[in-house]
Design a binder for this molecule. Structure first.
Ligand SMILES: [Fe+2]
Ligand SMILES: [Fe+2]
Length: 255
């Protein structure tokens, strides 16, 4: 029997770095997205310096402007002031599903999200060897990868989309200074992607990276850092749109 399908438009942007000075920019971006897409993904660095006030500005813009479901992850900037739990709560109160190893289903798509972490890529990634500080640094990336694996394993059979802040591959951070590439992502985040039917990965953090690349298993990875999208396409609103084909019956939203 033929399964009826529909197209769901997923908009994604990261690194909004919301603060008072560019509230207007954020408002215009969100207004455009809510007219264009059925789901909005926010890929971390939602605030500029991790201040509660910055989160309130974004929350207000979301509650007054956005009419579609919003799913997000936090980024390193959201941790800067030690207020990440409050920022998460403020955004959750505004209706945003902030994922830190959790999942959400929207319009027949399963979303899994983590912040991710650094450590480098491929054979040159940092290994858990030597000083305790190095081992703890590597463990952080391993913990994020495990969170992602467990989240993906909980989702049913459906198109799966992953969002994170750090990059799981090197290709989308190329363009940044070589010296900082290992701080922009970790190959450990790529491993769980290969075990599930992930159709796309969105991340931010690399403001001067590349807009797209592929995992070793050919899963598309999109760097949607707002400064990057602005630099690439100054003539249009800085977000990426992905059209996902989904079975019509799966329209429930849950956590
Ligand atoms: Fe950023
Ligand atoms: Fe970042």
């Amino acid at each position: 029997m033929a399964v009826e399908e529909k197209i769901v438009r997923v908009a994604a942007v990261g690194d909004i770095h919301c603060n008072e000075s560019h509230r207007d920019v954020v408002h215009a971006l969100l207004a455009h997205i809510t007219e264009t897409a059925e789901v909005l993904l926010l890929c971390g660095d939602l605030t500029d310096t991790g201040l509660v006030e910055e989160a309130h500005i974004l929350a207000r813009e979301i509650t007054t402007t956005v009419k579609i479901p919003v799913v997000g992850v936090l980024g390193n900037h959201d941790y800067e002031s030690g207020k990440q739990l409050e920022i998460r709560q403020i955004l959750c109160d505004a209706g945003v599903s902030i994922l830190d190893g959790e999942t959400v289903q929207v319009q027949g798509i399963g979303f899994a999200g983590v912040k991710g972490f650094a450590g480098g890529f491929g054979r040159y990634q940092l290994e858990a060897w030597g000083e305790l500080a190095i081992k703890e640094f590597v463990q952080e990336a391993m913990d994020e990868a495990l969170k992602l694996e467990l989240a993906l394993a909980r989702l049913e059979e459906m198109p799966l989309v992953v969002l994170m802040h750090y990059s799981p591959i090197r290709a989308t951070v190329e363009g940044e200074p070589r010296e900082i590439l290992p701080f922009l992502g970790s190959s450990r985040l790529e491993v769980p992607l290969t075990w599930f039917d992930v159709i796309a990965v969105f991340h931010g953090h690399a403001h001067r990276g590349m807009p797209e690349g592929y995992t070793a298993r050919n899963i598309p990875v999109y760097n949607v850092a707002m400064p990057l999208l602005r630099a690439l396409h100054p003539e249009r609103p800085p977000f990426r749109l992905l059209e996902v084909s989904c079975p019509v019956s799966d329209t429930a939203m849950g956590q």
